[in-house]
Design a protein around this ligand. Structure first.
Ligand code: SF4
Length: 377
């Protein structure tokens, strides 16, 4: 009999599972806490459930824990990137970034993947270059957070923020992503506030409208990267299907329906989208909208032929937007020694050009320069 992955189940489903075995719902909540808060890898360690019940649960379910097959850490120790190997051999990346003692908002942010590969083909993205493999399950999405949590727990910390901005387009894996958001938010699990969860999309208009209907107080980030259709068609093929006029209308409706601000991600590529003409076009595009423009120093990807804009140009671009009254921020560069972008560590693991790290290796991993992805969907 096929068994269910417990990391795949939300609290209600676990309560239901235990009820079906003839036990009260609170047993399901206990199980949920062990799986989604403590991140256990074995049903056997659940000491507050009777042995007989543990045996019953183990007959019908299991806890699928992906192996850690790649781990790299930036020189400043603040950014760690992991590659997890899934049961069918697919590999996904996740990044843990520590923002501690820098400002009043201490946080540890985990950037996770929602698909193995991606079909969107954005020009600046290593994942897009590799094509689409498959959607991740809810359990596989949750497993990334639990792996990150295990990593930071060694230093006594907890993951405080989660961004769905790794490999894949989250809105093309809608149900699994939505369910994982609810599980992460559950007070019996990690209890991560919806407001500390960011979902990033490359601009899928029907799905943005669908998400608006969920009325979730999460942060929606839309990858814009170009202020006109001509350029965006080239950088992000999805624009040919949903051009800017449709995307911006969906974004306006989203803001109106949810009352929430949208973040527009804009990665600056030298000589491509970073002129003052582009800044003016961008300011005009978002005029009157409740948005924040997040400027990102582009992370160069081999083969993409794009280079990051110089720091001064990024500042000038930001100043121009500010003059127009647009709210703007510049994403802090984490791990300046890191060269690769989204999907590159996975590619190197596949090519066998990086060290392999087992579960034990997480704790013992040395500090080395690593790739970290900054400019993604
Ligand atoms: S940037 Fe995001 S949406 Fe675009 S190809 Fe990469 S993973 Fe896919």
């Amino acid at each position: 009999m096929a068994t269910v992955d417990l990391r795949q189940l939300d609290r209600r489903e676990m309560e239901h599972l235990l009820q079906e075995m003839g036990h009260p719902p609170y047993r399901g909540r206990q199980l949920f806490r062990w799986v989604h808060n403590r991140g256990i890898a074995s049903i056997e360690v659940i000491t507050d459930l009777p042995k007989e019940l543990r045996g019953q649960i183990a007959q019908q379910s299991e806890i699928r824990v992906p192996a850690v097959v790649g781990l790299e850490t930036s020189r400043d120790n603040r950014t760690r990137k992991m590659v997890l190997k899934l049961p069918d051999g697919e590999m996904v990346e996740m990044v843990v970034m520590e923002y501690l003692g820098r400002d009043s908002r201490d946080r540890i942010t985990l950037c996770l993947s929602t698909q193995a590969g991606c079909a969107m083909g954005c020009l600046f993205c290593a994942t897009g270059m590799g094509g689409f493999r498959r959607n991740l399950t809810t359990g596989e999405i949750i497993s990334q957070v639990l792996a990150g949590q295990k990593l930071v727990a060694v230093s006594g910390y907890r993951i405080s923020n989660v961004v769905y901005m790794g490999m894949g387009e989250p809105l093309l894996n809608y149900q699994a992503v939505l369910k994982s958001i609810h599980i992460l938010n559950d007070e019996n699990g990690l209890g991560i506030s919806y407001r500390r969860i960011t979902l990033s999309t490359c601009g899928l208009v029907p799905e943005i409208r669908r998400l608006a209907g969920e009325r979730l107080p999460i942060v929606l980030a839309v990858s814009l990267h170009a202020p006109n259709d001509h350029l965006r068609d080239r950088l992000m093929p999805i624009n040919r299907k949903y051009p800017l006029v449709e995307l911006m209308a969906a974004c306006r409706d989203y803001i109106w329906q949810t009352g929430r601000r949208i973040t527009f991600e804009y990665a600056l590529a030298r000589g491509v989208n970073d002129s003052m003409v582009h800044a003016r076009q961008l300011a005009e595009l978002v005029a009157g909208m409740k948005v924040n423009i997040n400027l990102i120093p582009l992370n160069p990807v081999a083969g993409a032929g794009l280079r990051p804009s110089p720091r001064g140009q990024v500042q000038e671009f930001a100043s121009y937007l500010l003059k127009y009254g647009t709210e703007v921020s510049i994403r802090e560069e984490m791990g300046g020694d890191i060269q690769a972008a989204c999907g590159q560590l996975r590619r190197r693991v596949l090519a066998g050009t990086t060290e392999q790290a087992g579960e034990k290796g997480v704790k013992n991993a040395g500090r080395r320069a690593v790739p970290h992805r900054l400019g993604q969907a």
